[in-house]
Ligand binder design. Sequence first.
Ligand SMILES: C[S@@+](CC[C@H](N)C(=O)[O-])C[C@H]1O[C@@H](n2cnc3c(N)ncnc32)[C@H](O)[C@@H]1O
Length: 382
Amino acid sequence: MILNGSTFSSYRQSPTVSGSLPNGTVVSSNSARCHRARTGDTSGRQSPFEGLPGTVGSVLCVGGNRMSESFVHDPVMLAEILGVFSAMNTGVFIDCTLGGAGHTSAILSAHADMKVLGIDQDDIALSSARSVLDDAGLGGRATLRRARFDEVSRIVAEEGVQSVAGVLFDLGVSSPQFDVAERGFSYRFDAPLDMRMDRSRDFSAHNVVNEYDVEALIDMLRTNADERHAVRIARAIVAARPIRTTSELSEVVSSAIPAPARRRGGHPAKRTFQAIRIEVNSELAILPGAIRDAISLLAPGARLAVLTYHSGEDRIVKSVMRSAETGDCTCPVGLPCACGAQRTVSRVRVSREAGKEELARNPRASSARLRVVEKLPRTEAI
Ligand SMILES: C[S@@+](CC[C@H](N)C(=O)[O-])C[C@H]1O[C@@H](n2cnc3c(N)ncnc32)[C@H](O)[C@@H]1O
């Protein structure tokens, strides 16, 4: 089941690519083949539908003549994730960031008796995932829901899930979100300022860029992206209003950064775009509660795995997991606990980073960090 989905096949490996534009136009190309590296394709290839009226958030790759490479979709640290969940055999696995269903497909293939509840707030991702799962013959064991992952407890209850066998968060943005110009996530394409993963929400990058005051912009740039030039960038943004497009924003940010710094460390607007995307989608704000909820939902012995892609996310995940592992015990190290703290999970030691082979194949994996906890059979005193 997909709620609020529309036919779309951006992620799938298929000789037939078809989809429907938001204006209802159905598109297809029997010979089209898509290249969708998760890392973000920096070649600047564009869909032939980009720039057409009424195609906001629409087609990722159609038209085999323009894109001849074969499809590449590489779920990050897949071998490690499969290893983390290898002991599961019954119950329901919750994928809180379904995306293109890369991890979920592998989990379902490896565990023939299990079902997956897949959550994503992006209607296009959900539709793509549905196609991928159905094409692989796995769709009958997958329930897909459009929701934000801080709603996971409600969704699990609504779906009548009795036993949660494992939970995965693979945070951040997927390549198809970055690579569709009209969605406004990337400084590589000129587009209206948007960056909403959930396109039904009103709040977009346009609101952040044109409505936040200088102090709020500085705070956002520092908190969400550790931007060293936050003050200069924030002042430049406010002075340049109204800013309507990604190109205008990119230009304003680049001009605000001192020339020597502009030549170092990638695109000068990279951190600003990251900070705004995180703000628009409340990525850091909802994370602690969602991780806590996921821990509560786990059956005894079940595991939670979280893949993060920047230090702010990783700090939050580490802190929430540590809190569940130590019960926030305040007693001096080395002395028995006297404060009554209780713990609910134990830490599972895993490879924190992707291996060399994956890093060579998939640059996006270079920033990935994995953390895993396992639910204890019962709550324990420290
Ligand atoms: C990195 S991709 C996941 C890719 C997936 N693991 C795979 O193998 O195909 C992250 C996905 O999580 C979704 N997402 C990010 N934040 C979310 C949130 N708060 N609630 C629900 N979905 C979210 C995004 O829309 C995106 O599709």
